[in-house]
Design a protein around this ligand. Structure first.
Ligand code: 5GP
Length: 192
């Protein structure tokens, strides 16, 4: 069986849908899958490791990375912190014939679509809006004001589903991760 060509896969979806949880599950059960490490100006949450979950940088460092053309895309997310995908690791991966995965917000996904139209775009959707609210409140990492800001963004972002090549409903994290890996064309079995 011939393997499909290596491709860039972009995973996006609204806040609290579980993109971070799916990424963590992917890292744990499919360590062979290469996931881009974004740069961000936000502070690390408990348990987050610099260089693994994000490159945590100052606004000045972020500006410098952006100005020098090091970023494939950048976005101001929830009107607050800046996030961006370092370009070189992604390009090196694809040049080596290896698939790459970006987990980014909707604005970032739209920018990547402009510059890399051959990428495949995957939308991670919640089972329902009510479930999204429940998850956001449940994880307890945002205060009430930040939650309202994120839910306002989420309402708009949910309508963008139709722009994507594929939709994965995150009703079960393991199942959603397996579906993502399968869409990437990777003949891999999870390490449980
Ligand atoms: P969090 O602060 O919860 O880790 O992430 C907030 C949002 O930023 C999520 O929607 C996440 O997908 C998005 N994000 C993470 N990295 C990037 C990136 O490199 N570029 C863009 N555009 N969004 C990102």
């Amino acid at each position: 069986m011939t393997r499909p060509p290596a491709r860039l896969t972009v995973l996006a979806g609204p806040t609290a849908v579980g993109k971070g949880t799916v990424s963590a599950d992917l890292r744990a059960r499919y360590p062979q899958v290469w996931l881009s490490v974004s740069a961000t100006t936000r502070s690390p949450r408990p348990g987050e490791v610099d260089g693994v979950h994000y490159h945590f940088v100052s606004p000045e460092e972020f500006d410098a990375m952006e100005a020098s053309g090091e970023m494939l895309e950048t976005a101001l997310v929830h009107g607050r912190n800046r996030y961006g995908t370092p370009r070189r690791p992604v390009e090196e991966r694809l040049a080596a014939g290896e698939p790459a995965l970006l987990e980014i917000d909707l604005q970032g996904a739209r920018k990547v679509r402009e510059t890399m139209p051959d990428a495949q775009f995957v939308f991670l959707a919640p089972p329902s809006f009510e479930e999204l609210v429940r998850r956001l409140v449940g994880r307890g990492t945002e205060d009430a004001e930040e939650r309202e800001r994120r839910l306002a963004t989420a309402r708009v972002e949910l309508a963008a589903e139709s722009e994507f090549d594929h939709v994965i409903v995150n009703d079960d994290v393991h199942r959603a991760t397996d579906e993502l890996v399968s869409l990437m064309g990777l003949p891999l079995a999870p390490t449980e």
